[in-house]
Design a protein around this ligand. Structure first.
Ligand SMILES: [Zn+2]
Length: 183
């Protein structure tokens, strides 16, 4: 775990810090972040820099990591947070959550950017495998962007302190879903 006070100094990439990626404005608190989760934030930052920050300029992270206590607070507030969201970053409530941010493009048309990025990525099958989901929410004008779940089986994730183990969790590419093996 990292101290909340250090989040501002922990850079995920050129333009993003852990403070922005782990803050919940609605719940008014930071999510607790461990080493494995930091790795997932860094991977996400890499892609968001490449696809959105570089071509479209400054970005605000509207919603980043959601810890279990943030989830409980949102529920009490009458929000309807998903219990299996990728925003959990592989924490208890969803060990398969690969990490997601909701981003707002401050100086660009998000819908246009979304369509352009879609066109760019989906021409490259290898790139498609490196990202999870990309969703444009028209009414709130933000883009949900998540890591590929393949990252959770990556040895670098385990080396960084990630808690998933290959022998317990396997992805079945055939059904595009995952199976849990309880050993
Ligand atoms: Zn989202």
């Amino acid at each position: 775990m990292f101290e909340f006070e250090s989040y501002k100094e922990i850079k995920l990439s050129e333009h993003f810090t852990l403070a922005e990626a782990a803050w919940s404005a609605l719940a008014n608190r930071f999510a607790e972040v461990n080493e494995g989760q930091l790795y997932l934030h860094q991977k996400l930052a890499e892609k968001v820099e490449l696809y959105f920050r570089e071509p479209y300029g400054p970005i605000k992270i509207n919603s980043g990591q959601r810890s279990d206590d943030i989830y409980q607070i949102l529920k009490k507030m009458g929000q309807a947070p998903s219990a299996t969201s990728d925003h959990f970053f592989a924490c208890g409530r969803n060990p398969f959550a690969s990490g997601a941010w909701d981003i707002v493009l401050l100086h660009a048309d998000a819908e246009r950017a979304f369509k352009e990025v879609y066109q760019k990525i989906y021409k490259e099958p290898e790139e498609v495998n490196l990202i999870g989901q990309m969703i444009y929410y028209e009414n709130r004008n933000f883009i949900h962007f998540s890591n590929s779940r393949i990252l959770l089986l990556n040895k670098d994730f385990a080396a960084a302190g990630g808690h998933l183990h290959k022998d317990k969790f396997l992805i079945s590419p055939k059904i595009g879903n995952y199976k849990v093996y309880r050993g």
